[in-house]
Design a protein around this ligand. Structure first.
Ligand SMILES: Nc1nc2c(ncn2[C@@H]2O[C@H](COP(=O)(O)OP(=O)(O)OP(=O)(O)O)[C@@H](O)[C@H]2O)c(=O)[nH]1
Ligand SMILES: [Mg+2]
Length: 294
């Protein structure tokens, strides 16, 4: 049965999960319609937290641990790599977070990154806005964790949490420069591994050397040890950035990045409809502009 825009608006306002799920699908398939529906809904400014780090560092596990301790409305956006080889990882994420799937205050949705750069989904901005219309207090985004190109999360998140773990060899050495720079909070996960203390000390040394003041928190995502400290740090940061203007300026920039992502998607869609055997770039450009303006 076809569901109308007004039905979705009414459903989402009254916290109906089916209507919200439908809105998320629209975000993926039809950004124009999604933005239109979102603009008709009330939005709450949630704390948008990006969780990033190398594959296997414990991103899904820490989200699971956070969900167990956060007694508030939380949305989870998990980005699955689109590669067919990572089917196992996707299933793992679902199983790890499954225990929270029936919690009325939690809404978890996985999205494909569909080959988009930056380890995020092309519809991430619409999806994040949509979660804010569903009365969420916090939105957790798990990135694919592809390393170098994983810095786009800073364009959308109010706070970026970078996870490291001691079992990945010399992780700091392997980290690409850009990813270290976008972190607002560092978490050394897998604190049950004794090498985690050394990693924390090393990281603190690097941060101090760089003249920065970024917290490093030791966590065990399986037992939940240290997760309370992370929640405290997240909450105090959210309070701080709302007072000192960082939040407002990040949100302003987010609108720009949203527009950029929206227009890229639009151009991509038009390009797919242009004759692929056309070899004259100027003609292709003219055709694109004509379709963009129509
Ligand atoms: N010992 C220990 N193992 C952990 C901890 N946190 C996560 N793990 C394990 O590490 C493995 C990877 O955890 P995930 O949460 O799937 O890691 P991820 O970063 O989400 O992985 P991808 O999504 O595939 O990039 C799993 O086998 C977890 O059980 C921890 O604190 N201690
Ligand atoms: Mg994961």
């Amino acid at each position: 049965m076809q569901i109308s825009e007004s039905q979705i608006v009414n459903g989402v306002s009254s916290r109906d999960r089916k209507s919200f799920a439908k809105l998320l699908s629209i975000c993926e398939d039809n950004p124009v319609m999604a933005n239109k529906i979102i603009s008709r809904l009330q939005r709450k400014e949630a704390h948008v937290v990006g969780i990033t780090g190398s594959p296997g560092v414990g991103k899904s596990s820490i989200i699971n641990a956070l969900l167990s301790k956060l007694s508030r409305r939380v949305g989870v956006i998990a980005i699955d790599p689109s590669s067919p080889f990572s089917g196992g990882a996707l299933l793992g994420d679902r199983i790890r977070m499954q225990s929270h799937a029936t919690d009325q205050n939690v809404f978890i949705r996985s999205f494909s990154s569909r080959g988009a750069l930056g380890g995020l989904s092309p519809s991430i901005f619409e999806v994040c806005d949509a979660f804010e219309t569903f009365d969420m207090d916090m939105i957790l985004i798990e990135t694919v964790g592809v390393g170098q190109s994983d810095t786009e999360i800073a364009n959308i998140a109010d706070t970026v949490v970078l996870l490291l773990s001691p079992d990945g060899g010399d992780e700091i050495q392997m980290m690409k420069a850009g990813i270290m720079e976008i972190a607002d909070i560092f978490v050394v996960n897998k604190s049950d591994n004794p090498a985690s203390i050394g990693l924390k000390t090393k990281l603190e040394g690097i941060i101090k050397f760089g003249g920065k003041n970024i917290p490093v928190i030791l966590v065990n995502s399986i037992t939940g040890d240290g997760v309370d400290n992370l929640i405290k740090e997240l909450d105090s940061r959210f309070e701080r950035i709302r007072v000192d203007g960082t939040f407002a300026s990040k949100r302003k920039k987010r609108v720009f990045f949203h527009a950029q992502s929206f227009l890229r998607r639009k151009i991509d869609t038009i390009m797919q409809s242009i004759e692929s055997d056309e070899t004259d770039i100027e003609k292709i450009e003219k055709e694109l502009i004509k379709k963009l303006c129509s």
